[in-house]
Design a protein. Structure first.
Length: 484
């Protein structure tokens, strides 16, 4: 029952049966009656930084009770406001009785920002993802309606927008953003690169922003950590919240990233088209490249939902073309059996197989990400060469579809829209309560605050040893490529 985090000695939990969202005090009480000493050995709380922990802000006091007390649509009753002892457990089934816990997200009874003077900034960075506009919209409407904040600004075109004077921060209000959740992309615009820490924090100071909401992927979150650290180094009173955006679902700790479900749905359409093309040709192969630089979640989920896929290739497992147990042998058999085949390949799969010039090996995008070669185009060419070599007299066709931008540029579906709303509101509640350097996100279905540093490091890869991947292989009956 020991608590590993030295600063949270009040947090103790009882047996882990039932809900994984448990009030630690409640569990402490339960523990006396029905303790199961074997099932839990310790809980480690991943504490989220609070403004008050900074030496120069040690005397910071709440500005008052949460304005939701006076909101006609809310009637806070006992348990409405979240206490610091209310935690979310990360592991539904812990290893060796050890749990990681995170602060539960939601409104606190005291706030540390005066809504009349608060000045909030919102920025979107990196590639597009369905739901970005919904998050922006809900940040604006949430700040305005829940807390009465009126100075809300959109930073345009990513991190560089903080310091480029043209066009400058855009004053946002609920009327302006009213319909944004119905639009794909980001109305604030986005960009890669341009991360100039000193100039970004100078701009935060210059404009007097005391809340900064940063929507972006893994690169953006690494930048957000640096901004958070620099605001502390400069002794600023600024709340920084990250909202993880990654269509690939490659961010760790949280259950899934927003836009992912919309992306899987869109991917189905591409797979369906590839299937129709392949079925309608003699020896037709439909080839679809899906997003996923280091993870194959979209490919995996789309494959399992579609059931038209004959082979799913993801970055987490290697594959090879020639010889026994290779892709070509498998496809030859499929064409013989069915007359057509559908292959789904995640963009990061097979990168090690594609020949590269020295210049290509060095190529990086503006954010410093390695530029991947097009595995779909390479695979198409390999398949065509193979068939021309081995079956020169027989008809054959490969129809290659790359739906990347069609998938990520659409508006979020209903589920993702609701998810974006809860994410944005969770972030606002956390910042208003004085938390900083955190990310809001769902863990086992409950919303939590997670230290930015944890999220910036955590990866979420497909576990190729688990049931889901085994199921993909049994559905497709594809080779395991273990003859490598
Ligand atoms: N390690 C890093 N430190 C600081 N900023 C970074 C870092 N990596 C990326 N960024 C910045 O974050 C922004 C988005 O990064 P990018 O990798 O393009 O997209 P994503 O955040 O979606 O992964 C860019 O402005 C980029 O300069
Ligand atoms: O052409 P762009 O805008 O650089 O984007 C291409 C890349 O963006 C992605 O959607 C990933 O973007 P993020 O890293 O921003 O999430 C990849 O799937 C793709 O490789
Ligand atoms: Mg990225």
């Amino acid at each position: 029952m020991a608590l590993s985090h030295p600063e949270a000695t009040n947090l103790t939990a009882g047996a882990g049966a039932g809900s994984n969202r448990r009030n630690a005090r409640q569990e402490e009480e339960e523990e006396d009656e029905s303790s199961d000493p074997v099932s839990i050995t310790s809980i480690t709380l991943r504490k989220v930084p609070h403004l008050r922990e900074q030496e120069h802000l040690a005397d910071l006091q709440p500005v008052g009770p949460n304005p939701l007390d006076r909101n006609p649509f809310f009637h806070p009753t006992d348990g409405f406001y979240i206490s610091p002892y209310d935690v979310i457990l990360r592991q539904a089934a812990p290893a060796q009785g050890k749990y990681l816990a995170y602060h539960r997200a939601g409104p606190r009874n005291q706030i540390f920002f005066d809504p009349c003077t608060t000045k909030a900034a919102i920025v979107t960075c990196g590639g597009l993802c369905p739901g970005m506009n919904t998050v922006i919209r809900e940040l604006v409407v949430g700040l305005w309606d829940l807390y009465g904040v009126r100075q809300i600004y959109g930073i345009q075109a990513g991190y560089r927008g903080f310091y480029s004077h043209h066009p400058g921060p855009l004053h946002l209000n609920p009327n302006l953003v009213h319909n944004w959740h119905k639009r794909g992309g980001t109305a604030l615009e986005t960009s890669r690169g341009g991360f100039d820490l000193a100039r970004i924090v100078d701009a935060i100071q210059h404009h007097g922003f005391d809340q900064v909401y940063i929507i972006g992927g893994d690169g953006t979150m690494r930048g957000a950590v640096k901004i958070f650290e620099e605001t502390r180094r400069r002794k600023l009173r600024v709340g920084i919240a990250g909202i993880p955006k990654t269509v690939d679902n490659d961010v760790g700790i949280i259950d899934r990233s927003f836009g992912f479900q919309t992306a899987v749905e869109m991917a189905q359409q591409a797979i369906h088209a590839a299937h129709v093309e392949a079925e309608s040709a003699v020896n037709g192969i439909g080839l679809v490249k899906l997003m996923g630089r280091s993870t194959g979640h979209i490919a995996l989920h789309a494959t399992l939902s579609s059931r038209d896929v004959d082979c799913c290739l993801i970055p987490e497992t290697e594959f090879y073309l020639q010889g026994r147990g290779g892709l070509l042998e498998f496809l030859e058999q499929r064409l013989k059996d069915k007359g057509h085949a559908v292959v789904v390949v995640a963009e990061g799969a097979g990168q090690n197989l594609i020949p590269r010039s020295d210049a290509q090996k060095q190529q990086r995008d503006e954010s410093g990400n390695l530029v991947f070669l097009d595995v779909g185009a390479w695979l198409k060419s390999e398949l065509q060469q193979w068939w021309a070599r081995d079956h020169p007299q027989e008809l054959f066709t490969v129809k290659y579809i790359d739906p990347t931008y069609m998938i990520r540029a659409v508006p979020a579906n209903a589920t993702d829209n609701l998810y974006c709303t809860l994410l944005a509101h969770s972030a606002i509640h956390g910042v208003m309560a004085g938390y900083t350097g955190f990310v809001s996100g769902p863990i086992n279905g409950n919303y939590a605050y997670i230290p930015l540093t944890d999220v910036a490091q955590a990866k979420n890869q497909v576990n190729t040893n688990d049931h889901k991947w085994a199921w993909v292989r049994s559905v497709t009956n594809q080779p395991d490529f273990l003859g490598l």
